[in-house]
Ligand binder design. Structure first.
Ligand SMILES: Cc1cc2nc3c(=O)[nH]c(=O)nc-3n(C[C@H](O)[C@H](O)[C@H](O)COP(=O)(O)OP(=O)(O)OC[C@H]3O[C@@H](n4cnc5c(N)ncnc54)[C@H](O)[C@@H]3O)c2cc1C
Length: 466
């Protein structure tokens, strides 16, 4: 039953009209002690399907049902709901595409579904986007005008607000930093329900980009665009030895000869093989010999793909895997350059392909100096390697627990050599770990929380503050 636009809404049987702050329930009838739900342009849902969707994510490891899901009809709805949540101390999280793996977008209070906030306008070298738009829809809109975001994640079906809340890294990050480094300004709803526009130099801007939804919910972003090339020439060089892969990556990333550099570790006869994946985006034929000069020798597989098809290369695979609802206990670590080879060799000596399942293992470097946003915590070395073990496997609870413990052990080992986690995965951590994660910035982190979300209602699934 819908109670009409600009009223609150519908829930299986009856319309929600009020919140019972003592019973922490939404109710269909206002009685003394209940408080009226704010007037909304969109819908506040409590039907089982809406709650069930918000209670799960890509990882299939954590399931926490909210009491209601807001499908906002406007930015104003986000303001009103967060203000309401703040007043009544209701936990609230924004959920983009739910591609977190460990409950990061879940909340026992309200989940705000950002997908309706998906408008996109492309103006020259800037895109103005609603936080719920996906990178895929932005790529389509930008390419229609010959432009592209400078950094694409490997999978384009992620929301822009979701990746700006974590960082957003890809093979072009060696040149442009993370996606958070390509943001010109933001519109944010803070934990007190204030709608604020912020830009580089503003404290809120620093806090929110890569801020894991702790200081504000991004509702709109102004993003850089660059001219798009027509074609991606893709190079795959397969090595028998890890050190050949990382040597090739260091050479290629230091001189920036490719537009994109990543790498994969794949199961092979008797162990692992190491694949450098690089691409040159071009409108005129690239010089293969020049691009491959000086790299450790390897058989090279070279293919040309239209640029859009290249960016879209894993969409079908992900869209097939997600409905299988496999547990995805991912571990994602940033490693200091000097420690990377020994660390990865040690991990691989103990890891079996069966413990990874059908997911890939990624390994690639980026320039630390290009990653400028202070909340994306990285080792302090010129080059930083991302190691992502993207496990996807059928597993019972005991196996999942063992894999999570293994993730934790890897994280501890990484921290010992100066590494950090890229917080998109499934590593059990405590507030003390977050304190260590933020290091010298932790005092600012606490101060920002006190300023922008003093009642700590935002994004509880990250467990940064408890
Ligand atoms: C198949 C796959 C491929 C991936 N590839 C890459 C990759 O190449 N590079 C990379 O960097 N990452 C990658 N990721 C990780 C991904 O970037 C993060 O998990 C990202 O947060 C997911 O976006 P989402 O829209 O699904 O976010 P959600 O899971 O919905 O949310 C993620 C977190 O951000 C918060 N949040 C969401 N929207 C907002 C908002 N508007 N304002 C404030 N907080 C918000 C949520 O509350 C939650 O804490 C990949 C993930 C998957 C599943």
């Amino acid at each position: 039953m819908r109670v009409g636009r600009r009223r609150f809404l519908v829930t299986g049987a009856a319309a929600v009209v009020a919140f019972d702050p003592l019973g922490l329930r939404w109710v269909a009838q206002a009685t003394p002690g209940t408080v009226a739900v704010p007037d909304l342009d969109g819908e506040l849902l409590t039907d089982p399907a809406a709650l069930a969707e918000a209670a799960e994510d890509y990882g299939q490891l954590v399931h926490r049902s909210p009491r209601a899901v807001l499908r906002p009809g406007s930015t104003r709805d986000v303001v009103r709901m967060v203000r309401f949540a703040n007043r009544h101390r209701i936990a609230v999280a924004m959920r983009g595409q739910g591609h977190s793996t460990f409950g990061q977008a879940q909340s026992a209070g309200v989940v705000i579904d950002s997908r309706p906030l998906s408008d996109i306008a492309v103006r020259g070298t800037t895109a103005v986007v609603g936080a719920g738009a996906t990178w895929g829809s932005l790529v389509d809109a930008a390419l229609a005008l010959g432009m592209t975001p400078p950094v694409a994640t490997d999978y384009l079906g992620l929301s822009i607000g979701g990746t700006l809340s974590v960082g957003g890294i890809g093979g072009a990050s060696q040149h442009h930093g993370s996606q958070v480094d390509t943001v010109r300004s933001l519109e944010v709803v803070t934990g007190t329900g204030d709608l604020v526009r912020c830009a580089p130099g503003d404290r809120l801007f620093d806090a929110v980009l890569g801020g894991l939804g702790q200081y504000g919910l991004i509702v709109r972003a102004w993003l850089d665009l660059v001219p798009a090339a027509a074609t991606a020439r893709v190079y795959k060089l397969t090595y028998d030895h890890l050190t050949d892969l990382t040597a090739a990556q260091r050479i290629a990333v230091r001189d920036g000869r490719f537009s994109y550099v990543e790498g994969q570790i794949v199961p092979a006869e008797g162990g692992w093989a190491y694949v450098l994946e690089a691409a040159s985006y071009h409108d005129t034929e690239p010089d293969d010999a020049k691009l491959l000069a000086g790299l450790p020798p390897a058989d090279a597989e070279i293919t040309d793909l239209p640029y859009r098809a290249w960016l879209n290369r894993i969409t079908d695979v992900v869209d097939q895997i997600r409905p299988l609802r496999l547990p995805n206990p991912w571990v994602n670590l940033f490693l200091p350059d000097a420690g990377t080879d020994a660390f990865v060799a040690d991990v691989l000596s103990r890891l079996t392909p069966a413990e990874v399942g059908g997911g890939p293992i990624l390994l690639y470097p980026v320039h630390r100096a290009r990653m400028t946003r202070p909340m994306v915590r990285l080792p302090d070395t010129d080059l930083v390697f991302l190691l992502s073990i993207l496990r996807a496997l059928p597993a019972d609870d005991a196996t999942v627990d063992a894999l999570l413990a293994d993730n934790r052990a890897m994280y501890d080992d990484a921290v010992r050599i100066g590494g950090t986690q890229y917080p998109i995965g499934s590593i059990p951590v405590t507030p003390a770990d977050w304190q260590r994660h933020y290091g010298a910035r932790y005092r600012r982190v606490l101060a920002d929380k006190a300023t922008y979300d003093p009642r700590r209602v935002l994004t509880p699934g990250q467990h940064v503050f408890g």
